[in-house]
Design a protein around this ligand. Structure first.
Ligand code: ADE
Length: 244
């Protein structure tokens, strides 16, 4: 699966996507992540990607043409015969390549959404990172499939949300995680995916070595005995009892 991320800050992503899971998933050929610098698609010599709001008001609004040009270039690279879909609500509609706009106005992205995207065998996912006070409404109305928020708070742009969504989907793709058991064990995926984000994670407490840890002379922090017992039935029972 290819993730196309459209942004005016393509370098923001470098360190995060080149470490850990996203690095491994790229190396394993599970995903490809392509950054698209929106400024390259600007139409004027100053490479402007935003302008003042029509009708007046504070702040700046992202212009529609650079986003249009970038989406067109992505589609034409995927398919040289691509034609604007005049009859479709999204003029760039493609069944195998949804276009998602990151905005605090969007539907809150959940584990279930991650599973839906991961299971669709998509060719690509295109993520548009909004900036400033907003994006020209014609992008919302004609160039995207869905609007997603990663939570009920306002960030200064869609870059972090794009990374969050990219990682949430990637780790569910076959071959992305070193140990797929850790995915199966995750109760969020297993039990609570349908519940959305309001429920607690439902995980049991985890411990590692040492089984006894004394940060001061008076204080000994220990691991529950049962987890050291080697009795898998008892451990399972204890974990069920202590799941949130
Ligand atoms: N852009 C700004 N805030 C956002 C949020 N919470 N989710 C998605 N995109 C955003």
């Amino acid at each position: 699966m290819t993730f196309h991320i459209i942004t005016i800050f393509p370098n923001i992503f470098d360190s995060y996507i080149n470490e850990s899971i996203l690095k491994r998933a790229q190396e394993a050929g599970v995903v490809t992540i392509v950054m698209h610098d929106l400024r390259k698609y600007a139409t004027d010599k100053h490479k402007t990607t935003d302008d003042t709001p029509t009708g007046g008001g504070p702040g700046m609004v992202m212009k529609p043409e650079p986003i249009f040009n970038c989406l067109k270039a992505i589609r034409e690279k995927e398919n040289p015969d691509f034609k604007i879909q005049k009859k479709s609500k999204n003029i760039f509609f493609s069944e195998s390549s949804p276009i998602l706009l990151m905005t605090p106005r969007g539907k809150q992205f959940t584990q279930k959404d991650a599973q839906t995207f991961a299971s669709k065998k998509l060719n690509s996912v295109i993520l548009i990172c909004g900036r400033y006070e907003g994006i020209d409404q014609r992008v919302h109305d004609y160039m995207i499939d869905s609007e997603f928020s990663i939570g009920p708070y306002v960030l200064s742009g869609g870059e972090l949300p794009a990374v969050v969504i990219t990682e949430a989907i990637t780790r569910l793709l076959p071959g992305a995680l070193g140990n797929p058991d850790s995915l199966i064990e995750e109760s969020f995926s297993k039990k609570l995916a349908l519940a959305g984000a309001e429920r607690s994670a439902g995980e049991y407490p985890q411990y590692t070595k040492p089984s006894s840890f004394s940060p001061t002379k008076e204080l000994e922090l220990t691991t529950p005995e049962v987890l050291l017992s080697g009795n898998h039935e008892k451990i399972k029972k204890w974990r069920n009892q202590h799941s949130q």
